[in-house]
Design a protein around this ligand. Structure first.
Ligand SMILES: Nc1nc2c(c(=O)[nH]1)N[C@H]1C(S)=C(S)[C@@H](COP(=O)(O)O)O[C@H]1N2
Ligand SMILES: [Mo]
Length: 263
C-alpha cells in the first residue's frame, strides 16, 4: 500500500494542498456568514444600519473636502438637450398645483415675518440658463436645459442665509445657516441641503425647461435645479424654503439614501 517513492510523495503533496484549499475556502465562507449576520444585527440609524451609515458619512467627508464653489459641473450647448425630458417621481405632485394662488414661503431663524413671494417677484431677478447632465441616483441621466434664478442671487436680494443679515462673502462661513430645507406645498416631499451646495453658482430656483414654463409634472411653477447633487435633491414644486443650523428632514435620507447625495 504505502510504497515509498516519488509517486507517493507527490500524491501526499497534492492531498495536503487539497485539504488546505478546502479549509481556507471553508473558513472564507464561515467568516462571510459571520460578517453578514453581524451586519444584519447592527442597530439601524437614519434608515440604514450603522456600518453602512458610517460609509455614507465617510463619503460625505471626502466629498465635502474636495467640494469647491469654483468647481463647475460640465455644461453643454442647448442643441444637446433632450427634446422630451423624462419625468421621474411625483411625490407631492399627485394633484395639479393652482398656479394663480401659489406663493413661495420663506423663513429663517430670527426673522420677524415669514416672506411670501409670487413667481413674478422671482422672475424679476436676473435669469440664468444651464444645460447639464441631470443624474438620477437610480442610474439614468439626461442632458436638460433649465432656466431660472441663481439661488445665491435670490438669497442676496432678500438678505437670506446669514445670521448677521449681511451678504455672504466667503465659503465656508460661520455667519451662514448650515442647511436649507425645501418642502412641497402638501409637505409629502422634502429635502435638506448643505449651504455650500445651495450657494453653488449652478444652483437655480428654476421656472423653465427648454425655454418654456415648467409643466406640472416637472415641478411648476418653481423647482430646484442643483447640478452638484443627484436628482433626488432637485425638489419639484417648492412650497416652502427655509434656513436652519440643524439638518432638515429629508425624504430619501429617511429611507436609507445618502443625505449628502453629492456628485
Ligand atoms: N416633488 C418632487 N420632487 C422630486 C421628486 C419627487 O418625487 N417629487 N423626485 C426627484 C427625483 S428622484 C428625480 S430624478 C427628479 C426628476 O425630475 P424630472 O421629473 O423633472 O426629470 O425629481 C426629483 N424631485
Ligand atoms: Mo432620481
Amino acid at each position: 500500500m504505502n510504497s515509498p517513492g516519488p509517486e507517493n510523495d507527490f500524491e501526499r503533496k497534492v492531498r495536503r494542498k487539497t485539504i488546505i484549499a478546502f479549509v481556507v475556502f471553508g473558513l472564507g465562507i464561515l467568516f462571510a456568514l459571520i460578517g453578514w449576520r453581524w451586519l444584519r444585527h447592527q442597530p439601524v440609524s437614519q434608515g440604514t444600519i450603522k456600518p453602512l451609515r458610517k460609509g455614507f458619512e465617510f463619503n460625505e467627508k471626502v466629498f465635502k473636502g474636495v467640494f469647491s464653489q469654483n468647481h463647475l459641473e460640465p455644461e453643454y450647448p442647448k442643441s444637446k438637450a433632450v427634446k422630451k425630458p423624462r419625468v421621474n417621481g411625483d411625490l407631492g405632485l399627485k394633484k395639479d398645483q393652482d398656479l394663480s394662488s401659489w406663493k413661495l414661503k420663506v423663513f429663517q431663524p430670527g426673522m420677524k415675518d415669514t416672506i411670501f413671494l409670487g413667481l413674478d417677484e422671482i422672475k424679476a431677478l436676473p435669469k440664468t440658463e444651464i444645460v447639464y447632465n441631470f443624474k438620477c441616483i437610480e442610474g439614468w441621466s439626461q442632458v436638460t436645459h433649465w432656466g431660472g434664478v441663481k439661488f445665491a442671487d435670490f438669497a442676496n436680494k432678500y438678505k437670506l442665509g446669514t445670521k448677521s443679515g449681511k451678504l455672504p462673502v466667503s465659503f465656508p462661513s460661520d455667519d451662514m445657516y448650515k442647511y436649507i430645507g425645501l418642502v412641497t406645498p402638501d409637505k409629502t416631499y422634502y429635502v435638506g441641503i448643505d449651504y455650500e451646495s445651495m450657494f453653488h453658482p449652478q444652483t437655480l430656483l428654476c421656472y423653465e425647461l427648454n425655454g418654456k414654463p415648467l409643466s406640472q409634472k416637472h415641478g411648476a411653477p418653481l423647482r430646484l435645479i442643483i447640478p452638484v447633487k443627484y436628482g433626488i435633491k432637485s425638489l419639484k414644486r417648492i412650497g416652502t424654503l427655509y434656513f436652519s443650523d440643524n439638518r432638515p428632514p429629508d425624504y430619501w435620507a429617511e429611507r436609507g439614501y445618502d443625505y449628502y447625495s453629492g456628485l
